[in-house]
Design a protein around this ligand. Structure first.
Ligand code: GDP
Length: 318
């Protein structure tokens, strides 16, 4: 057993279990935690990676049921640029500071070799800013605007032919830095049978190339069933729209074609609702936590080692 484990076992053995003979009140701790979190508000940062025109902005509008200002980007940019916008949203009494970062010009250059570089640099820059705040003598992490990327939605082109090299290379570079959720964009352009084959092809290509995408956590009993079943649906095939049509007495987000209507929020039409459920309603906190304890920790360890720090035990051994 390691020295630390032996020490922990010794301390635990010396702790006595006592019974309370009346109500003391520390059972209100969870409520205190909720109140404090609600007061502070929440931060969530999304990075959308995908070629220009794949429907990134439209999907963001659809997911948050609002209209974020966005200007369509041209296809002739010489390099990839990342543009982040931050918005304050409120639902009931919960405030969310949401940052959406878009990869402008991604995949538009003739030589796409370095497309991922700007993305990697952006993610690292957010980690570095947090690290620098942590290292300050007078740090103020409680008021610091945490800009670390909590999730990367990777938009796959609905070709039906599997992933492009740029997709594999980029996701491979990012999988240790950010939670990646791959999604098939503009899924209304693929037929039902093609979609199943396309999904299987993507999953096998990701596996063969050792790309680790984010798995919805299955260790928490309350969400394990839904998360297990949703993991099997990745990559989600989504449709976005800024238009509404009347269905019964409700206005529904939809895309209208001469041959029919695709309803964004109808589960038999696409996986939009599944994505929203997983991303916003069930696993947002898990992604925030994984970003801090897994991805940021890895970055921090590497940087502190570069700075010459190392851990020592009580006897000053490394
Ligand atoms: P971005 O450049 O990736 O942000 O793409 P936009 O959101 O600006 O969308 C580009 C075009 O694709 C617009 O004309 C959208 O109406 C259209 N579009 C967006 N989402 C979808 C979709 O799910 N299916 C189809 N067929 N078109 C879409």
């Amino acid at each position: 057993m390691a020295a630390v484990d032996v020490e922990r076992a010794r301390v635990e053995a010396s702790i006595r279990n006592l019974k309370l003979s009346g109500h003391v009140g520390f059972d209100s701790l969870p409520d205190q935690l909720v109140n404090k979190s609600v007061q502070n508000g929440f931060v969530f940062n999304i990075l959308c990676i995908g070629e220009t025109g794949l429907g990134k902005s439209t999907l963001m509008d659809s997911l948050f049921n609002t209209s974020f200002e966005s200007t369509p980007s041209p296809h002739n940019l010489p390099t990839v640029k990342l543009k982040a916008h931050t918005y304050e949203l409120q639902e009931s009494n919960v405030r969310l500071k949401l940052t959406i970062c878009d990869t402008v010009g991604y995949g538009d250059q003739i030589n796409k070799e370095d497309s991922f570089k700007a993305v990697v640099d952006y993610i690292d820059a957010q980690f570095e800013a947090y690290l620098q705040e942590e290292l300050k003598i007078k740090r103020s992490l409680s008021t610091y605007h945490d800009s670390r990327t909590h999730v990367c939605l990777y938009f796959i082109c609905p070709t039906g032919h599997g992933l492009k090299s740029i997709d594999l290379v980029c996701m491979k570079k990012l999988d240790t830095k950010v939670n990646i959720i791959p999604i098939i964009a503009k899924a209304d352009t693929i037929s039902k049978t093609e979609l199943q084959k396309f999904k299987s092809k993507i999953i096998s290509e990701l596996g063969n190339n050792g790309v680790h995408v984010y798995q919805f956590p299955t260790d928490d009993e309350s969400v394990s069933e839904i998360n297990t079943s949703m993991n099997a649906h990745v990559p989600f095939a989504v449709v976005g729209s800024t238009d509404f049509v009347r269905v019964g007495n409700k206005m529904m987000r939809a895309r209208q074609y001469p041959w029919g209507t695709v309803q964004v929020e109808t589960e038999s039409h696409c996986d939009f609702v599944k994505l929203r459920e997983m991303l916003i309603r069930t696993n947002m906190e898990d992604m925030r936590e994984k970003t801090h304890v897994r991805h940021y920790e890895l970055y921090r360890k590497k940087r502190l080692e570069q700075m010459g720090f190392s851990d020592v035990d009580a006897e000053n051994n490394q």
